[in-house]
Design a protein around this ligand. Structure first.
Ligand SMILES: NC(=O)c1ccc[n+]([C@@H]2O[C@H](COP(=O)([O-])OP(=O)(O)OC[C@H]3O[C@@H](n4cnc5c(N)ncnc54)[C@H](OP(=O)(O)O)[C@@H]3O)[C@@H](O)[C@H]2O)c1
Length: 252
């Protein structure tokens, strides 16, 4: 299936490794021009070089997504470097915890980060004629998981906000969707850390996945590439769960 992504201009936050890295790679492999950011300059440089090998335009910048003005500036710089934007993927997360500092961190990165990115890109997305915005949420937003952490509730807020935005901007040709991964394993990623530090916990979660394994970042990237593409032109306001059956509730 040709996703018709060639020549599309995409911005991915946290695109140097893990799920964001796989999304950036997938979009670049499909022929899209791609802008990425992360906090680590060397990682941005390495990923930028890797993406350039696919032949499209690439823009990379070291940005901490907790810094609102810097995130907006990255979006403006990316639009300038690529000559517009058709696809925005808000992938970076502040993760979460139980105390007030954790709630603030998750709110700042996951929720306010999404608000700022949309504000900074919406005029270019409207001009695109086929704008597509994807927020990376989590199955922790829709199913009980590891206690009352900021992560679960604020990923749920992200899904609700995507829905509101989808209603507001459908008339302008801009679609808003979420992709919610279940447990996704990648080297040095969150589940690799759990595997190293708490193998019993890792094993209990892996065993709960009906497919018997954790997912791969590329499996999330495939869903994102589809939603980003004209092949998903009539899909807006939805939350696509990519979890090997981990979420057992009926998906109405
Ligand atoms: N892995 C899973 O099992 C899983 C499950 C459900 C949902 N998700 C969601 O999927 C997304 C990606 O997860 P992941 O496992 O790929 O995460 P990850 O391995 O921690 O990678 C995160 C990426 O974001 C960058 N980043 C982190 N904090 C940043 C900040 N403050 N500013 C700018 N860049 C930042 C990282 O680079 P630097 O460290 O260099 O900044 C890296 O490129 C997140 O939204 C997460 O909540 C993941």
């Amino acid at each position: 299936m040709d996703l018709e992504l060639k020549g599309k201009k995409a911005l991915v936050t946290g695109g140097t490794r893990g799920i964001g890295g796989a999304i950036a790679e997938r979009l670049a492999r499909e022929g899209a021009d791609v802008a990425i950011c992360s906090r680590t300059p060397a990682a941005v440089e390495a990923m930028t070089a890797a993406l350039e090998a696919h032949g499209g335009k690439v823009y990379g910048e070291a940005v901490n997504a907790t810094d609102g003005p810097a995130l907006r500036e990255f979006a403006a710089n990316a639009i300038g470097a690529l000559g517009g934007v058709d696809i925005v993927v808000h992938n970076v997360s502040g993760w979460g915890g139980l105390d007030e500092a954790a709630w603030r961190q998750t709110f700042e990165v996951d929720v306010l980060g999404a608000v700022r990115l949309v504000e900074a890109t919406i005029e270019s997305l409207k001009a695109s004629g086929s704008g597509s915005v994807i927020f990376i949420a989590s199955t922790a937003a829709v199913d009980a998981f590891r206690g009352p952490r900021s992560y679960n509730a604020l990923k749920a807020a992200l899904i609700a906000h995507a829905n509101s935005l989808s209603q507001e901007y459908a008339k302008d040709g801009v679609r808003f969707n979420c992709v919610s991964p279940g447990p996704i394993f990648h080297k040095d990623g969150p589940w690799d850390n759990v595997k190293k530090n708490d193998p019993a916990m890792y094993e209990s979660v892996r065993a709960r996945v009906p497919m018997g394994r954790m997912g791969a970042p590329e499996e999330v990237a495939n869903a994102v590439a589809f939603l980003a593409s004209p092949a998903a032109a009539y899909i807006t306001g939805t939350n696509v769960i990519v979890d090997g059956g981990f979420t057992s509730r009926v998906q109405f």
